[in-house]
Design a protein around this ligand. Structure first.
Ligand SMILES: Nc1ncnc2c1ncn2[C@@H]1O[C@H](COP(=O)(O)OP(=O)(O)OP(=O)(O)O)[C@@H](O)[C@H]1O
Ligand SMILES: [Mg+2]
Length: 266
């Protein structure tokens, strides 16, 4: 049932990479996990080995009110996957308008997906504000905000702090408590990276879920269309990912037994 959204006010910070690899880490911890891609870039699938020329997805079908079960893929990792689907710019704008007119196109299937108590849903969202994030945030147990250990990210901390990143006024106040932060691409050997990480950690306290180091294995895993815990399980990044998955698990309600109950059991 819990929904964890990976989001960020900033692009290119590692949302998709972390969504895919944390989903994998949670699966390895014994959870039943569904990874969903809400970003028209449609790249979450690549981490799970879906071929580049396979363009099918869930979000692109939303206006036809599809059966999400029929579109769900079982990946080799054991994580179930609903890719976004390939879409051009006109299509993406059209989908965005359709969601604005009729949010139920998305919220109805999400309610059905989240009604499965043993399922943990990990969502990747587009950079910055989006209809998808706006609709998902109220349903999410946790919004995992990804930042880099740099000056721009440090400057964005007040946005995270106040919840303004997810809305304003009461909306912001409501969701601020669900916001957690992961620092990505931290380089402990670089002065600025270390200083930025320390500043953010001091400011956020327990809202900082963890940090992932800059590690070549991360980019190489994507190039091989494999997950980091599969390609380089002993790497520093793998260790960081496992630690963050443990932090997420600790913050979420325990999975009900038995695991094999319900849809999508392996
Ligand atoms: N810890 C890391 N170490 C090294 N490279 C990383 C790390 N995390 C992410 N990367 C690389 O950074 C790039 C951007 O990552 P990713 O696509 O996940 O970011 P994103 O936030 O989802 O981007 P977008 O805003 O476009 O959706 C990728 O090439 C990825 O391999
Ligand atoms: Mg992305």
């Amino acid at each position: 049932m819990p929904l964890i959204c990976f989001a960020s006010p900033k692009g290119g910070v590692g949302k998709t990479t972390l969504a895919a690899n944390i989903a994998d880490a949670l699966r390895r911890d014994g959870r039943r996990v569904l990874a969903m891609d809400f970003d028209p870039q449609n790249t979450l699938r690549l981490h799970f080995g879906v071929p580049l020329n396979d363009h099918a997805g869930f979000l692109t079908e939303l206006p036809k009110r599809p059966d999400w079960r029929a579109l769900t893929r079982q990946t080799a990792s054991g994580v179930m996957l609903l890719p976004h689907g390939a879409i051009d710019i006109r299509g993406a704008l059209g989908l965005s308008s359709a969601l604005e007119r009729d949010p139920e196109l998305l919220t109805a299937p999400m309610r059905a997906i989240l009604s499965d108590p043993g399922l943990l849903v990990v969502a990747d969202t587009p950079p910055g504000p989006s209809h998808a994030l706006n609709l998902l945030a109220p349903m999410a147990s946790m919004v995992c905000t990804v930042l880099l250990a740099d000056a721009t990210s440090a400057a964005l901390v007040p946005e995270i702090d106040t919840g303004r990143f997810l809305g304003s006024g009461t909306m912001a106040a409501l969701f601020a408590g669900r916001l957690r932060v992961v620092l990505n691409q931290v380089d402990p050997g670089a002065r600025l990276s270390r200083a930025a990480a320390e500043t953010v950690a001091r400011h956020l306290g327990p809202r900082l879920l963890g940090a992932v180091c800059r590690d070549e294995n991360v980019a190489e895993a994507l190039a091989c269309q494999r997950l980091i815990l599969d390609l380089a399980p002993q790497s520093r990044a793998a260790e960081d990912l496992r630690e963050i998955a443990r932090g997420i698990q600790a913050a979420l309600p325990a999975a009900p037994e038995p695991f094999q109950a319900g849809w999508g059991a392996r």
